[in-house]
Design a protein around this ligand. Structure first.
Ligand SMILES: [Zn+2]
Length: 71
């Protein structure tokens, strides 16, 4: 028996933990009609954007990513 196994008990548990992560590591933008529904893996953020570009901008802002584009 080894005591150094502090990993998750099962892959399923890992997936559940990843799905409920509070880390805003990924956002999705799903086209719905003529708009885009954007959501984050933290499951606490979802918006509807008029365009993909707007959605990505909002996603970056949510995730705390600085927009490198000049002001
Ligand atoms: Zn988030």
């Amino acid at each position: 028996m080894s005591d150094d196994n502090v990993m998750y008990d099962s892959p399923l548990e890992f997936m559940n933990d990843a799905a409920s992560s509070e880390e805003c590591v990924a956002q999705s933008a799903i086209p719905v009609g003529d708009a885009y529904v954007c959501a984050c893996v933290c499951d606490e953020w979802q918006v509807t954007a008029a365009s993909l570009e707007e959605g990505l901008t909002l996603a970056k802002r949510h995730a705390g990513v600085q927009d490198p584009s000049p002001a």
